[in-house]
Design a protein around this ligand. Sequence first.
Ligand code: NAD
Length: 498
Amino acid sequence: MVGSIDHFIAGKIVKGRSGRQGDVFNPATGEVSAQVALASKAEVEEAIQAAQDALPGWAATPPLTRARVMFRYKQLLEQHVDELAEMLVNEHGKVLDDARGEVQRGLEVVEFACGIPHLLKGEFTESVGTNIDSYSMRQPVGVCVGITPFNFPAMVPLWMFPMAIACGNTFILKPSEKDPSAPLRLAELFMEAGGPKGVLNVVNGDKEAVDTLLTDPRVGAVSFVGSTAIGEYIYSTAAAHGKRVQALCGAKNHMVVMPDANIEKASDALMGAGYGAAGERCMAISVAVAVGDAGDRLIDALEPKVRALKVGPGMDPDSQMGPLVTKQHLEKVSGYVDLGVEEGAKLVVDGRNLHLQGYENGHFMGGTLFDQVTPDMRIYREEIFGPVLSVVRAPDFKSALKLVNDHEYGNGTSIYTQDGDAARAFASNCNIGMVGVNIPIPVPMAFHSFGGWKRSAFGDHGMYGMDAVRFYTKLKTITSRWLTGMTGGAEFAFPVMR
Ligand code: NAD
């Protein structure tokens, strides 16, 4: 009998009552490992009420006290890295080292949140007018919501709730129903760290749960990370219901390889960025733009490396790439490989139909490499989200930059070159949110902010860093004077400071 994964509301695990459940798989074996409860509207409303009830007390808790909870949470997360990482391997499929890295990158946001007393300091101006002072403060938005994707079940929730909570908000997390164990454990550990009940709640569910969160008047802000189609829906629906929204979405990240690049290093970078986590990263490189004569050399360097990629279960220390998250996703990704062949791209390495002894039902696929991909092809235009790397040839820097800028997505990009002028021109002129120079996956650190451009993000704030402080707080500015500053009589003209 498989176990059940339920909700975490008002400080405790709450059994699902909707009668609806979803299967959670171990992607390496293809077996159902658990059943996750899918919350009804009433169950989600219970979580919203718990967050609403906890709000006044938590918002009034001094930032220093909130920071101390975060310090204890950071310690607990450090002690539980391996436990969390194993949960990620067993439900997402990524390899153990990569899973540890995911937890670490999430933990760094908690470290940043420990500095919240400093981050929340407002501004003060003495004498904006005669005997009049002005100061600003940042106050919590209220009940905040996070809706997160399957590909980073620990890191993306940690991008959101530590900063929201440190800012004095309460939070409801609706994780992906594909790998819900780690997010639930994150909530239990937060309670253990001293988080009051109701401050962090987790509801598992699907559209019914999400729609309840997007429309309930008690919710003040919604953070979303996931695909563009759903993100656009989240953004417009939540905004239409008066909430502030940030929705970070899909991607098709290009790496430009200039003719002067070190091809050995560039191809190594493409291996990690294209095939790490089986390409299931929003910052994965899925397109290599080979400029001038870099093309043939790049393919020659890549082909043997892709063939040598060690694909296997995530808990095997020899595996470099694990399985895809579900059978359905595996079919979608290999369907894109069929499509690429139909569209006329040159299939250099074919990862379809990979069978691993002992793991016949696992969702495995080998690394796939296409050459001669062109911008009109669907395999170029659409996000595949699997271990499929497309090489596009461009005659010069200008046409490579144009490709990057013309694509509808604008999450991340990178350039490999030894020419400082080319790198500088690329960083200045690309229409993309996060840029790497000889760095394949330029994910900003926790004290910067993460966010894409174009159809990779809706809303005007990134995740974590100072953008999170701005997103999760409302700015209030006070202009104040005392009796000594008051002059007689009513004033009917618009006030001008003197
Ligand atoms: P998804 O859009 O299918 O799901 C994301 C969340 O939305 C999940 O919690 C899911 O339950 C919910 N959801 C799904 N369908 C819904 C519907 N019809 N109505 C309401 N809610 C719904 O995304 P995914 O497949 O879990 O994740 C992969 C996607 O996330 C990729 O497109 C990837 O690029 C993107 N992603 C983006 C970033 C970023 O920072 N830009 C980071 C990670 C992942």
